[in-house]
Structure formats: C-alpha cells, structure tokens
Design a protein around this ligand. Structure first.
Ligand code: PMP
Length: 426
C-alpha cells in the first residue's frame, strides 16, 4: 500500500513527519508525492534564511476592538488596517503589477473570502440570480464556492466559451490571469465586450515569480493573495483593489456580515512581511549593481553553473521576487526535460519570453502549476497516481480527464522527486 506522506525538509525540523528519501526506490515504504494542492511551501526556504528580518511582538492590549483605525473610518467600519492598506499600495508600486491610486483596498480572510464578497457586491439584485462564468479550464474554487453557498443572488453558469447571455441579463465573468491551472494570460472572453457583463480579475499569480510583469493592470475589481506572493498562506490574507466606492463598500458589508472583519494580528503580520519584501529592494543601488553584476558574470562566464548554485547566491540578497523567479525557472527547466523524454505526455509549449518591467529582463512565464496532458484517451490523474503522484484531474477544472494539474510550489526535494517520477512515467 502507498504511504501518504508529505515530503519535508528535515526530519529533525518537522518531528515525526519523515522526509522521504528522494532517491529511494518505489518499492517498500514508497511514498505518494502530494502535488494536488497549490500549497506554497517553496517560500519556506527563503523565509528560513530571512526569518530575523521580520520579528514582530504584539502586546496584550492590542486587538481589543472589532474595528481598526482605518483611513476610511469616518465612513463606517472598513476593517483594513492603515498599516496593511499602506503596505499593499507600496508593494504594487514596487512591482508595478496593479494601479492602486484613487482606489480602495478591501481586505479579506484570504482571497477566498474576497471572491465571495465580490460576488455579493456585484450580483444584480434585480430579482433574478446573476450567472457567474469563467473560461475553462478554470480554478476549482469558483464553482465549488458558488455551488456550496446556494445563494439566491448568483449561481454558477460554467464556461465563458459556451455561455450565451439571455437578453440583457447581467452576468459576472471571473478572469484568472495567469490562469490556474494552465498558466495562460487571460483578459476575459465576454464581459469586456458586453455592456451587461461585469469582470472580476483574480490576479493571485500576477507576480514576477510566475510571469513577466508587462503592465500595471487597471481593472475594476482585482483580487490578490498573500498566499502566492510571499508564501504566507497560513495568515489567510487576501485583498481586492476596487475602483467603485459603492462596490468596495458592499464588499466590506459582506466581510462584516460574514466574519465581522479580518484578524488584526494577521493584518499586522501581513503588513510587516510586505514591508520586509519592499525593504529588500531598497538596499542601495551600489550594493545592487555589484550583486547583479556578479550574478550576470557568473551565469555568462560559466553557463554550465548549476541553477541551484545561482539561486543560493541570490537567496541571501533579500530580493524575494528575484529569488522566487530563479527558483521557478530552474524548476521549469527540469520539468520540461523530464516531460520531453516521454512521448505519451505533453505540456504547453513554453510561451515566448517577454520583458518583465519589474525584473528589467526578458523572461518566460513560469507557472505555479504543470498542466499535463496524456496524449491518449485515458485518465491522466489515475496514471499519475499509479506512478506515485497525487494530482488534480482535468474534470475538476471543467475539461477532459486527459489533463491533470500538478503543483510546482512545493519544497525543492518534493519537486526533484516529482521530476524524477515524471521522467519515468508509465
Ligand atoms: N485564486 C486562485 C487562482 C488560487 O489559486 C487560490 C489558491 N489556490 C485562491 C484564489 C485562494 O487563495 P487564498 O489562499 O488567498 O484564499
């Protein structure tokens, strides 16, 4: 029988959760590698090195009230703390991935709650339930959440590609870009072209880690999450950048009814972590250019130098996105050569490199997930499972079982083991 074990960095560090030996044969004591969830444990390595960059002390007299001192306080409870509001704006200004000026920041318990707040705020309330669509393959969380809520305000209406609005019916289109699961850059199929369509942008992966940043997006409702940005999924902090004050207020009303706000401790820690990331980019131009020069020199002078050696060189520099991009690129290099060796499986052709305005160099997208296709009519997820890999199958994303999604956000040794198994998939 397979043993269900999550690969862990060291046995000493994680107590009784044993580290499976990446090189152990798939015989006795073999482990199933869990690549089903997009759990961002990859970031642990970075924060292990930088743990002392961010130490926070809170005292017992903090967090007493339901309400936080917020910039919008005069207009009623707004729940987002000044610290987080400021930090989020600073982060987007640094990365250049979203416009925040003259917009509202709505904080939620993960972007999972923000998504529900957006649906609540944007549903038409004209006596009929508002259809919600997204292009397939789409993130499993959308249909799942909408179906279990069984709301009278909105319902799941499936794939944007096949949805036909009835008359002048109002509908919501959720656009995930880069898309979970396939990494595609999307702009929405319907809503932008139809006056009655409302767009919600899920930009969980619009960070330099996963895709070149090509412009600062300026959409009406843009959702982000700390989970995929710094890896702190456990803080459960997500936010929306919202243009219309009425929509923002309705979203806040939902957060109020749903959980009476968002943990103040989590907000403070999120603000502090974000500030640490921003500070990492303020280390001074001289230090930066020396470090960048060293890095370029090393990779050009010795192109055979191993990716992980370069990554370690970046790790200590405190530039989170430079490190995470290098890690993802290194992982994709390994994945592509592993899959290329097996003709029964395929992955999307690597999209063309684009100039990342943040990194200042041309780079290719490096999606958080492998979107694997089995070339024949068969269940890809089951084949993977027989090979000791847990994946999420295509039907969960609204497409054929020939597809399956594998997370690439795990710890390094999990990924190495995954690559090894992918290379010998049967
Ligand atoms: N949107 C997308 C596209 C995601 O992949 C995820 C997490 N898997 C979420 C939203 C939810 O993120 P959070 O942890 O902030 O709830």
């Amino acid at each position: 029988a397979w043993q269900l074990v999550r690969a862990r960095a060291t046995e000493k560090k994680y107590g009784d959760q044993v580290t499976p030996d990446a090189s152990s044969p798939l015989s006795k004591g073999r482990v199933i590698l869990n690549c089903e969830h997009g759990d961002p444990t990859m970031f642990e390595e970075y924060w292990d090195v930088h743990q002392d960059d961010n130490v926070m002390v809170t005292r017992a007299n903090e967090g007493i009230s339901y309400f936080v001192k917020s910039k919008m306080h005069q207009r009623g409870p707004w729940f987002v703390s000044v610290e987080l509001d400021d930090a989020v704006r600073e982060l987007h200004a640094l990365v250049g991935n979203a416009v925040t000026r003259d917009k509202f920041i709505v904080v939620g318990t993960g972007s999972t709650q923000i998504f529900q707040a957006a649906l609540y705020a944007l549903a038409s309330r004209n006596g009929t339930s508002t259809p919600v669509v997204s292009e397939f393959p789409c993130y499993t969380g959308y249909p799942q959440t909408i179906k279990y809520l069984q709301s009278k305000l909105f319902h799941w209406a499936g794939d944007s590609k096949t949805y036909q609005p009835k008359g002048d019916e109002v509908f919501i289109e959720v656009v995930c870009s880069p898309n979970n699961p396939c990494g595609e850059i999307r702009e929405g199929l319907l809503a932008g072209r139809n006056n009655n369509g409302v767009l919600v942008h899920d930009l969980a992966y619009y960070w330099p880690t996963y895709t070149p940043i090509t412009m600062a997006l300026n959409n009406d409702v843009m959702m982000f999450t700390l989970s995929k940005c710094t890896g702190h999924a456990g803080l459960r902090i997500g936010w929306a950048i919202v243009k219309d004050p009425q929509v923002a207020k309705k979203m806040v009303d939902f957060i109020g009814m749903n959980t009476i706000g968002v943990s103040r401790d989590a907000q403070l820690r999120a603000a502090s972590i974000i500030r640490t990331v921003v500070k990492g980019y303020q280390s001074g131009p001289l230090a930066d250019s020396i470090a960048d020069g060293m890095h370029t020199f090393l990779s050009q002078r010795w192109p055979f130098i191993r990716g992980d050696v370069l990554i370690n060189a970046i790790l200590s520099r405190g530039k989170l996105f430079h490190w995470s991009k290098a890690v993802m690129e290194n992982r994709w290099g390994k994945v592509r050569s592993a899959v290329a060796a097996n003709r029964s499986f395929s992955i999307r052709e690597p999209p063309l490199p684009a100039i990342c305005t943040f990194l200042g160099t041309a780079s290719s997208p490096s999606s958080a997930f492998i979107w694997l296709k089995y070339e024949e009519e068969a269940d890809c997820q089951k084949i993977l499972q027989r090979n000791g890999i847990l994946a999420r199958g295509g039907p969960a994303f609204g497409v054929s079982a020939q597809y399956a999604r594998l997370s690439l956000l795990g710890r390094e040794q999990d990924v190495d083991l995954l690559v090894k198994r992918l290379a010998t998939l049967k």
